[in-house]
Design a binder for this molecule. Structure first.
Ligand SMILES: [Zn+2]
Length: 195
């Protein structure tokens, strides 16, 4: 998915993408630790992308927010888990070397018109990156920002807020028959409803 700079204007343009947008779906699934064919029936998951673009002079602004889940393996028990991510990103690019060499743009107008709020805000401002192409590859941006989110050693706890079943039972009660705790059903119920 290419965003061509010639289509940018000074007024903001918002675009929204979902699982029916093939390029976006493919970009998300490509980040999975165990990619399955995109046609696979088990690949349903929340998947949305909001992108807002505009330009100020020679700088093209691409702000976005991704919401989806990525499949990895738990580093403790090896079970496949889904991690929910909601990264926001902001790319400032220019084809003008003089602009790109300069530090962060400080013009109030640019700052103010950023439509997507960032955690911690100002320090998230990025430098202007010089590009030779006349477009930005949004597929690569999506994959890049999801990859950054994945912890080095993801665990079940990252995915469900519950410790790994296997690792936990080994730790506390090796070979214990007391696994038929009637309240364990409640535990699963409450955590699986977590949003
Ligand atoms: Zn685990």
């Amino acid at each position: 998915m290419k965003l061509y700079f010639r289509e940018f204007s000074e007024s903001e343009k918002e675009m929204n993408f979902g699982p029916k947008d093939g390029w976006f779906r493919h970009a998300v699934l490509s980040v999975d630790e165990t990619p399955i064919a995109p046609e696979g029936a088990n690949q349903e998951r929340p998947m949305s992308l909001r992108v807002v673009t505009h330009k100020t002079e020679d700088i093209y602004w691409i702000c976005g927010e991704i919401r989806t889940e990525i499949q990895v393996h738990c580093s403790r028990c090896g079970e496949p888990i889904r991690l929910r991510f909601q990264p926001k990103f902001q790319h400032l690019v220019s084809q003008n070397p003089k602009i790109a060499e300069s530090p962060i743009p400080t013009k109030g107008a640019s700052r103010r018109s950023n439509p997507i709020r960032f955690d911690g805000d100002d320090h998230q401002d990025s430098d202007v990156v010089l590009v030779e192409e006349d477009y930005l590859d949004l597929s690569a941006v999506v994959a890049e920002h999801l990859n950054i989110e994945i912890p080095l050693q993801p665990t079940c706890q990252d995915a469900t807020n519950v410790e790994c079943e296997n690792a936990l039972s080994e730790l506390l009660q090796p070979k214990s028959p007391v696994q038929n705790n009637p309240f364990s059903v409640l535990k699963d119920f409450s955590t699986s409803k977590k949003e």
